[in-house]
Design a protein around this ligand. Structure first.
Ligand code: NAD
Ligand code: DAU
Length: 362
């Protein structure tokens, strides 16, 4: 099987590629899949995240922008994939508030160009019905869940509220349209918040670990009451590959960890784990927690009901939040080689997403 993975130098895409190249037995046996990692290498990309597999003969990388139609078409014609697994995106909500234009370029236009290229390539090789296009999306397309509401499912109405989630919702609609109109066999996954190794330090969990280690203030938006449903990234990678191999074309699968936590609880748990690991701060790190201005349009709560994925795909999370957070804190404390250059060269840990008004032209 030949699989083109977009966004494979990012947090989740790299976990998918590591899993495809080292953890998957294909139905019927045979050699493992050959993977083309299509990633234009934005600020969020790191080669360190695929260093454990990038020397394998079955791994290739193409530095292509998915929004560049001719280039993405050429990449697929040359590689001749049986499937595309699409993760390339601008992924950070706060950056979408500061500069929504790039989110529309990559997440909307890029997904459109990729759909066209995949469809043309599948038709060129007369394999439209056997082709697979897995689109990795987010639970944020469903909007803000009330505290007493039932978790999101595959049938929850779309209600995106940030530039990021609106761009992902648009991309989901295009994917469904390419299935209904052109017969491209697409599968969509909508997943909750991921955490784990190689998570870019702009996101809550890695940022708090790194700041806690340094003894810096830990900025919690609003009152820290917002709730996210956390899934360990390797469990998400397994879900995506299972959807690719066993999912039904045209279907959507909601993926989540059933691990709802308030942001304040998450940050307090990180403080305690870093204290325990370093044992260097009298009184502990919880007093570093600082409540700061809220994120504009901050969604109150996300939660996923993954019953369909569990019953129809046989997937379920394997790492609970307590264990996953401990592993993640240990990983970040042991792997400064990976994140310190990112802080030095790309993102210094400053607040993002408060004022808006950056690059807003698609
Ligand atoms: P990330 O920001 O860590 O990585 C994105 C990768 O895409 C980067 O390597 C980047 O270089 C690449 N990329 C960006 N624009 C590109 C372009 N125009 N052409 C080619 N490559 C490009 O993102 P992530 O957190 O790994 O998220 C991956 C996907 O999963 C996204 O589609 C995101 O919406 C979705 N998702 C993320 C989460 C989460 O918690 N992080 C949860 C659910 C769904
Ligand atoms: O739900 C899935 C989504 O999860 C993905 O689609 C996105 O790509 C991913 O970035 C993530 O979005 P969030 O906005 O939930 O993640 P983030 O890590 O930015 O923030 C998590 C929560 O923590 C959110 O309620 C905002 C809050 N927060 C975040 C930061 C960076 C803080 O309180 N302080 C911070 O410094």
């Amino acid at each position: 099987m030949r699989i083109a993975v977009t966004g494979g130098l990012g947090f989740i895409g790299s976990a998918v590629i590591r899993h495809l190249l080292t953890g998957v037995e294909l139905p019927g046996g045979g050699p493992g899949p050959t993977v083309l990692n299509i990633d234009k290498a934005t600020y969020a990309a790191t080669t360190g995240s695929v260093a454990s597999v990038s020397d394998l003969d079955r791994y290739q990388h193409a530095a292509v922008d998915i929004a560049d139609g001719p280039s993405i078409q050429a990449a697929l014609i040359e590689f001749e994939p049986d499937a595309v697994v699409h993760l390339a995106a601008e992924s950070h909500v706060d950056r979408s508030i500061d500069g929504p234009g790039q989110f529309i370029r990559t997440n909307v236009v890029g997904t459109f160009e990729l759909l066209q290229a995949a469809r043309m390539e599948a038709e060129r090789r007369s394999m439209l019905e056997d082709f697979r296009f897995v689109h990795v999306s987010t639970d944020e397309v469903f909007g803000s869940l009330a505290m007493d509401a039932a978790p999101f499912t595959e049938t929850t109405a779309y209600d995106p509220r940030s530039p990021y989630s609106a761009s992902k919702a648009a991309s989901d609609h295009f994917v469904r349209a390419w299935h209904e109109t052109y017969g491209l066999p697409t599968i969509i996954t909508n997943c909750s918040n991921n955490y784990g190794p190689f998570h870019f330090p702009e996101k809550l969990i890695p940022l708090m670990i790194i700041k806690a280690k340094a003894g810096e203030p830990l900025p919690v938006y609003g009152k820290g009451e917002n709730i996210r449903d956390w899934l360990y990234v390797e469990d998400h990678a397994r879900a995506i590959v299972t959807a690719l191999l066993q999912g039904a074309p045209g279907e959507t699968y909601a993926i989540g960890g059933s691990a709802e936590q308030s942001n304040l609880d998450v940050v307090q748990a990180i403080c305690d784990l870093v204290d325990e690991a370093l044992g260097d701060r009298v009184g502990g790190r919880r007093d570093l927690i600082t409540f700061v201005d809220d994120r504009p349009g901050h969604d109150l709560r996300y939660a996923i009901d993954s019953t369909k994925a569990q019953t129809e795909l046989g997937w379920k999370p394997s790492v609970d939040f307590t264990e996953g957070l401990r592993r993640t804190v240990d990983w970040f404390l042991a792997n400064e080689w990976w994140w310190q250059p990112l802080l030095d060269e790309r993102y210094a840990g400053q607040r993002l997403g408060t004022v808006g008004g950056g690059d807003d032209q698609p």
